[in-house]
Design a protein around this ligand. Sequence first.
Ligand code: HEC
Ligand code: HEC
Ligand code: HEC
Length: 269
Amino acid sequence: MIKVFNMYFRMMIVLILSTISSSIFAEGLYLQILNKTVLNAEQIQKSKQKIEKYKPIKVHEELVVPPFHKRGQMNASLEHSICTGCHLSPPHTKSDRTRTFMNMHTKFIACETCHFRPETVKLSYRWEDVRDGKPLQAKQKLFRQIAEPEEKPEERTKSLHSFYKITPFYQKESVVLRKQSVFAKETTRLWEQGTLDEKSQHRALLHAPLKKEGPECQECHDKQKNFLDLEGLGATAYQIEKIQNNIITQFFSRYKDKQQRIRIMSILR
Ligand code: HEC
Ligand code: HEC
Ligand code: HEC
């Protein structure tokens, strides 16, 4: 009798513990997709070539979040992203035309917003505190690039916090693969100690659901498009107008291909 009770009791404990842990460590969509991804030989081969070609890209210390002041030159908010464990911070270097803008955007937009865009699911975009992955209440002040004209500068400084980024959510859960996750720890281990084959496979898996490029500027900066629900994110009519009627992005939309050059003078035409 006692034995049966004991077994029952243990089962209850395990059940309770797993319910608690699954609510604390709920798997984001990115990890759920990785768990279902089956790689083919070509993906692994391509990944291998990339690793061999781009030797300088190696893990900066451990992927685990270090104390904020440890890496002075790095934007502290980017250290919370699993991506900067391998990529430079800021990460964009290849496109002369857009890299400065894309690096600027990493201050307020999570890598996943631009690079994780699976076609089969509808994501929603919310402000997230990158330190704990919790969603934030939508607020105009979270839009730090564009202050309301009447806003006092001293109020502004307080909200100049780049730990808050626009992040994709799926079923009320951030999709982001957290740096504290078992998967991230395994990534660090393999990246430091794995064989070339193990690394190639792991890199291929990690990048399988990612897009090489982000959305076009106009996807976020045009009234006709609605990649982001700016109002839902807390932007005021004034801020929305500034984002959607942006001379720089209008200029960018004139480029029809990667090689084309447009003189800065023509911005005025
Ligand atoms: C384990 C190391 C590692 C991690 C973690 C990592 N990357 Fe990469 N990534 C690489 C390497 C190596 C390359 C190939 C060299 C390059 O293009 O910079 C690459 C390439 C890319 C490219 C160029 C396109 C391609 O597939 O070659 C993009 C975009 C990219 N990564 C985005 C990300 C994003 C977003 C994250 C986080 C969700 C991330 N990476 C996490 C190692 C990593
Ligand atoms: C606002 C959208 C946006 C955000 C946010 C963004 N990217 Fe990108 N990313 C792009 C675009 C667009 C490209 C294509 C090349 C370009 O235009 O610079 C790109 C290209 C890349 C590349 C490959 C080529 C290169 O420029 O070296 C890597 C690697 C990359 N991104 C990693 C990241 C990481 C890591 C983050 C987060 C820290 C991130 N990106 C955040 C839009 C974005
Ligand atoms: C994923 C959506 C997204 C994409 C793609 C995107 N932007 Fe933005 N951009 C934003 C948001 C949101 C803001 C406002 C952020 C804030 O105020 O905190 C912004 C702000 C800006 C600003 C500053 C606005 C100002 O008035 O100071 C410039 C300039 C800009 N983007 C240019 C670009 C260019 C150029 C591209 C393409 C190469 C681009 N953006 C692609 C979402 C995006």
